[in-house]
Design a protein around this ligand. Structure first.
Ligand code: CU
Length: 172
């Protein structure tokens, strides 16, 4: 069977492209710990403030009975509640986020924390923050901790640009 040389070249280019993209997925998953969020948990977004977990007094960072650090955040148009959270570096933390209105995106600079926040679901991210990574881009505080921004990275309306908060990362 005769295959035109030009066709062979394009076949090679497209195979190379597929191989490169596949390799990138493996590289980011293994070397940078970037995985798609896999938590599927439904919640009634219209009654978010009435649920025991996402009521205003339960938001923020808490240490659970089993020792894990859990941060609960509500992303709403156009604010992040609470505006500031303090989490330790070097220990496993769980971030649980919900929204009462539209789809938002959560990203914490200098970390691998990034998830969509979809109404009707609880988004959950399990991670361990690397202090050196946040120290490289964050603002260093007098007590040795580092502040990095947390922001909405999914356009959610006319006040989207004011949807941000602070994450204070304390060294281990
Ligand atoms: Cu938003």
């Amino acid at each position: 069977m005769h295959i035109h040389p030009l066709e062979k070249r394009w076949a090679a280019i497209s195979l190379l492209l597929v191989g490169t993209l596949g390799g990138l997925i493996v590289y980011t998953a293994v070397a940078m710990s970037i995985h798609p969020p896999s938590n599927v948990e439904a919640i009634d977004s219209t009654r978010l403030h009435l649920t025991p977990e996402f009521s205003e007094e339960n938001l923020g960072v808490k240490r659970e009975k089993d020792g894990t650090v859990v941060a609960r955040v509500v992303m709403a148009r156009f604010m992040v509640v609470p505006h500031e959270i303090t989490v330790p570096a070097g220990v496993p933390i769980v971030l649980r986020v919900a929204t009462p209105d539209v789809v938002h995106g959560l990203h914490v600079a200098g970390t691998n924390i990034g998830t969509q926040v979809v109404p009707g679901y609880v988004s959950q991210v399990r991670t361990t923050i690397d202090f050196a990574s946040v120290a490289r881009i964050g603002v260093r505080n007098a007590d040795g901790s580092v502040t990095v921004p947390l922001f909405c990275n999914e356009f959610c309306g006319l006040g989207h640009q004011s949807m941000w908060g602070r994450v204070i990362v304390t060294p281990k």
